[in-house]
Ligand binder design. Structure first.
Ligand SMILES: [Zn+2]
Length: 104
């Protein structure tokens, strides 16, 4: 299992998330002690998108940066048979669902 900590973030007392950068390993180590987890368990939870506490303060949490998670699949409409448009916003006409609004 390949893990990277380059996108780890920690929360500050103002609620903002900040990149851990070269302190990532230190945060993971604190989290392992606080949560009594193995390194693999900590990394696994972070990769699963979970936020983990590493101390008793409400903001003492780390997470994997959201941008590192898989992109949410955006549905596309079947291409218009006339112009090939596939953006769902182009298919709002109820009369004929196969042909886009521009070609109706
Ligand atoms: Zn069309």
């Amino acid at each position: 299992m390949t893990t990277t900590l380059t996108d780890l973030q920690y929360q500050m007392s103002n609620g903002n998330w900040t990149p851990c950068n070269d302190r990532s390993e230190a945060f993971v180590a604190e989290c392992m002690v606080w949560r009594k987890l193995s390194r693999d368990e900590v990394i696994g939870a972070l990769c699963a998108g979970k936020t983990l506490a590493y101390d008793s303060d409400w903001y003492s949490k780390i997470r994997s940066a959201p941008i590192a998670r898989p992109m949410v699949h955006r549905p596309t409409h079947a291409p218009c048979p006339r112009c090939g448009a596939s953006s769902p916003s182009r298919f709002t006409t109820i009369a004929d669902g196969d042909i886009c609004d521009d070609c109706v």
